[in-house]
Write a protein that binds this ligand. Structure first.
Ligand SMILES: O=C(O)CCC(=O)C(=O)O
Ligand SMILES: [Fe+2]
Length: 542
């Protein structure tokens, strides 16, 4: 499962991530590097960001309206979190305080994926689903689940007045004079209700929303525990039948294997945000369950990733949004796609939504799910091993933790595995080590032979006994470290993208281009004519 997630993301990014320069006006008198730097510098407006970043004061960074610049500013997160929690700890409370700049902890890195208004999430009319239109509806659901992983349904039989009532009650809950966090965490045998505005003890950006979660732990849902709209189970019986048929299975198949056994109700409240371009209500994710049924109000903000574009799920009166989850993708062996989606913060609102996540059987009766045999033809390989929900969830959460690197630095995966053992399939995988001892005497022929082989096969090798004292090597590494660890002010005199200089220090070079940033800062000292200009070198490194 982990594998597909990574490659899926990286493919998406890869498509737009690698734009190469073409240099048609070749002037042989100029060095390639210099020409390229000039082209970059003038061609892309992102050079402005570099200038802003270099010359910014801490205050400029902290108040910039640019998410890249603001996101690079340092801040005392612990203090911000404390202040937020001391001040009642809800985003609604924060929004109501009249602030014009959002706290730094809410700043999310910008997405490198563009938005599209040309594409439209499918809308499927379920009217007459039990009669002559059923075949047509099943086909539409099948196509939408295979290509989008998300669609809206209308005429599913739930009265619009009930939908409004549900959203109103969510709004009322969140707008209570004082929502007491502790008293909301009630626990009885059947239901756990948990009110939260997020987890702040991680380095990840905080989300611009408050959330109420109701979990029905043992799978036995007491209708009295549920808001009225959920008592109709959001029409999930209808959908379960239609989805089963869309897969060519009998209509009770998904119900029989208990895909939708345990619902979890999540009620979100997204207050209006003074800087909506800097934050997110829900960051990019897929739902790690079988299916989600979502009711949203008319504010908008939900977006789904499709063909490498963010596409808005336009609010439609009386519609429910159906979202295929990871486990559905797993049992259909990738036929149905789990939708990657996010919720953008809005300047207006509040926005209110209620989602029902459909899980399989509860924790105390674990059940394993793998690609369904019924869906595998003799030539199909199951793409996933069997897993149970808890195991999958743990994996999903761990993966979420990994991805807190700003989008600017995310590189597409090359898909090449790393050989962690020295032997792979019986072949020795170790970079050659060549001992230079005796290179001027009897060992010379042997050494030359080893170098020739290593150069042909590997293109890289270690040298030992090369005559450079280890104290010199240590000193060099130490000076590199010391140079980089100096305060910004000490390094700024070397900061340059003019590759004509003999010594230059730079970082974030891709702000000039379109490829992802490297996780490094770089000091370059060029001695083209073999003449080392000591004065040009930073003192620490001489
Ligand atoms: O509020 C929404 O529109 C979507 C929320 C969501 O994606 C989630 O809770 O997983
Ligand atoms: Fe979601």
């Amino acid at each position: 499962m982990e594998k597909w997630k990574r490659s899926k993301r990286s493919n998406d990014r890869g498509k737009e991530g690698h734009v190469r320069e073409s240099s048609n006006n070749v002037d042989v008198a100029e060095s390639w590097m210099y020409r390229r730097s000039i082209q970059w510098w003038w061609r892309f407006p992102r050079r402005k960001k570099i200038l802003e970043f270099i010359f910014a004061t801490t205050e400029d960074l902290q108040t910039s309206e640019d998410p890249i610049i603001r996101g690079l500013s340092h801040y005392d997160r612990e203090n911000e979190v404390k202040e937020f929690l001391d001040n009642k700890g809800t985003v609604k409370q924060l929004a109501n305080s009249g602030l014009v700049k959002i706290p730094r902890m809410f700043v999310h890195p910008p997405s490198s994926v563009p938005c599209s208004t040309a594409l439209q999430v499918p809308v499927i009319d379920l009217k007459c689903h039990q009669s002559d239109r059923r075949r047509e509806i099943v086909n539409e659901i099948c196509k939408a689940s295979e290509t989008w992983g998300m669609f809206q349904v209308i005429n599913q039989g739930i009265p619009i007045s009930l939908m409004h009532k549900m959203l109103e009650s969510v709004q009322k809950f969140h707008e209570q004079e004082e929502v007491k966090l502790d008293s909301c965490t009630t626990q009885n045998k059947k239901t756990v209700v948990h009110y939260s505005t997020g987890t702040y003890n991680r380095a990840k950006p905080a989300n611009w929303r408050d959330t109420l979660v109701c979990r029905f732990t043992d799978g036995v849902v007491d209708p009295g525990d549920l808001p009225i709209i959920c008592r109709d189970a959001m029409g999930e019986d209808i959908l379960s039948g239609l989805l089963s048929e869309a897969l060519g299975l009998s209509s009770d198949h998904l119900t029989n294997i208990k895909c939708f056994e345990t619902p979890r109700l999540v009620c979100h409240y997204y207050p209006p945000c003074p800087e909506p371009q800097l934050t997110l209500g829900v960051p990019e994710h897929s739902d790690p369950y079988f299916q989600t049924v979502l009711l949203q109000d008319n504010i908008g903000g939900l977006q789904v990733l499709h063909k490498n574009y963010w596409v808005s799920v336009t609010p439609l009166e009386g519609a429910l949004t159906i979202n295929i989850g990871d486990l559905m993708q797993l049992i259909t062996n990738d036929r149905f796609k789990s939708a990657v989606h996010r919720v953008k913060a809005q300047g207006v609102g509040p926005r209110v939504s209620a989602a029902i996540f459909l899980h399989p059987v509860p924790k105390n009766q674990p059940r394993y799910y793998g690609p369904l045999n019924e869906l595998l033809s003799p030539n199909d390989k199951p793409l996933y091993k069997e897993t149970q929900q808890e195991e999958y969830l743990a994996c999903h959460l761990a993966r979420k933790e990994e991805t807190c690197v700003p989008a600017l630095f995310v590189h597409p995966s090359d898909g090449i595995p790393t050989a962690s053992s020295a032997f792979l399939g019986g072949i020795e995988l170790q970079v050659p080590v060549i001992d230079l001892k005796g290179y001027q005497s009897d060992q010379r022929a042997e050494i030359v032979d080893a170098i020739s082989k290593a150069a042909e096969k590997w293109g890289i090798f270690y040298l030992v006994n090369h005559g450079i004292p280890s104290s010199v090597i240590e000193k060099l590494l130490d000076s590199v470290k010391k140079f980089n660890e100096q305060p910004k002010e000490a390094k700024i005199e070397f900061y340059s993208h003019e590759f004509k200089n003999k010594v230059y220090y730079y970082t974030l070079e891709p702000l000039l281009g379109l490829s992802p940033a490297g996780w490094k800062d770089k000091l370059v000292c060029e001695f083209e004519d073999g003449h080392v200009d000591h004065v040009a070198i930073p003192e620490l490194c001489r």
